[in-house]
Design a protein around this ligand. Structure first.
Ligand code: BMA
Length: 373
């Protein structure tokens, strides 16, 4: 009898122990910390919202959505977006570009005024939109554009000749970030996506122009300088290679779990729809696996088909293959000029299909994500 009681006590203790282990793991999973340990409360809230969005569908994003469109440019006095002109709905995700902030210029490399950009960010944030910022800094050695591939990374790393100059660049970027405040004076949280498409060879931080170790140092030093030296605490960090083949390729330049919050990938349609669909399937497939391992949200950080000449592209080519993928958003590139645009405008060949697309319940626009807490 005595022996029996001890036996049952042991079993109960074992069960309690197992249960507590299980809930600790669940807790750890739910409370994935931000890369920036000092990240603001608002930034943490944004991070959780980004995860919540993926449970409902995916958010539609557009680069420079409210800054300009086909045949118009915002001077700050209007509220407009090509996507809204076509569908009556505003994007949920707003991409903006920081290139030339590092030079202290008043307008970015795509001629968007930085003060206007701050205003548009404030407006989008007020409407509960999500902001994501890319950065194509000039080549720090040649002083030419981001697409000039003169070797530069080692020069700006700690110990390099241009390290201090790079820090001065970052301080300008940090000022911009630290100025982003809502009406109550709280910092506006954003998703920062620097040094993207590093597995391609077209940027000075890309393949062949620096090695993976140097790239990782560039990312980590940038992160450390911004967070620790310049006290920027309103950013989530998104890592976004260009479309690729294998899981190992995705992780080749990965700066590490404690330096990244969001996993992205850029996938454009350059050839046939079949090729694009294959690229979506393969890349999102590998992203799903990596994101599950790391318990991080994932996004289609850039996507699109230039000039969208395929009338049913949105519903048949794109959405059909990303609808249940678990991405938090898909960001389409800018409507720059008549042969460089990625979202429809009134009268454009894919405009009617875009309306059907907008009406799909899992494709989330501003009014949809507004409700997601
Ligand atoms: C590219 C093009 C360029 C632009 C750059 C950064 O894809 O749109 O015209 O300068 O992005 O926004």
């Amino acid at each position: 009898m005595r022996k029996n009681i001890t036996y049952w006590i042991k079993i109960i203790l074992l069960l309690v122990l197992l249960q507590s282990c299980k809930s600790t793991t669940t807790l750890m999973k739910q409370e994935a910390a931000l890369a920036d340990k000092m990240g603001s409360r608002q930034t943490e809230y944004l991070y959780n919202r980004i995860k919540e969005i993926a449970k409902v569908g995916y958010a539609f994003g557009h680069q420079d959505a409210t800054a300009y469109g086909m045949g118009w440019k915002n001077d700050g006095s209007i509220k407009r977006s090509d996507v809204h002109d076509v569908s009556g709905a505003y994007p949920a995700v707003y991409g903006f570009e920081l290139g030339h902030i590092e030079l202290g210029h008043s307008i970015n490399l795509d001629t968007v005024d930085f003060k206007l950009m701050q205003k548009l960010i404030q407006r989008a944030h007020k409407m509960r939109g999500i902001i994501t910022l890319s950065w194509h800094p000039d080549n720090p050695v040649s002083k030419k554009s981001a697409w000039d591939t003169t070797a530069a990374v080692t020069e700006i790393l700690k110990g390099g000749n241009l390290h201090n100059e790079y820090k001065a660049w970052l301080s300008k970027l940090a000022n911009f970030m630290n100025e982003l405040k809502d009406e109550s004076g709280n910092s506006i949280p954003v998703v920062f996506r620097p040094f993207h498409e590093m597995n391609g060879d077209w940027f000075w931080w890309g393949k062949g122009n620096c090695n993976p170790e140097e790239y990782i140092s560039l990312w980590r030093e940038t992160f450390d300088i911004l967070t620790k030296e310049y006290s920027v605490h309103n950013m989530l960090y998104a890592y976004s290679p260009n479309t690729l083949e294998k899981k190992e390729d995705y992780l080749k330049y990965y700066p590490g779990d404690s330096y990244v919050d969001i996993l992205g990938i850029d996938i454009y349609q350059h050839g046939s729809s079949e090729e694009f669909i294959m690229a979506l399937k393969n890349n999102i497939g590998l992203l799903q696996k990596i994101a599950a391992d790391k318990n991080k949200p994932y996004v289609l950080s850039e996507a699109g088909l230039n000039e969208i000449p395929i009338a049913n592209w949105w519903t048949e080519v794109l959405d059909r293959h990303i609808a249940k993928s678990g991405i938090s958003w898909a960001l389409f590139w800018r409507n720059a000029w008549p042969n460089h645009y990625f979202a429809p405008y009134p009268g454009q060949a894919s405009a009617s299909d875009f309306i059907l697309y907008k009406n799909l319940s899992h494709v989330l626009f501003l009014n949809d994500v507004k409700k997601i807490r």
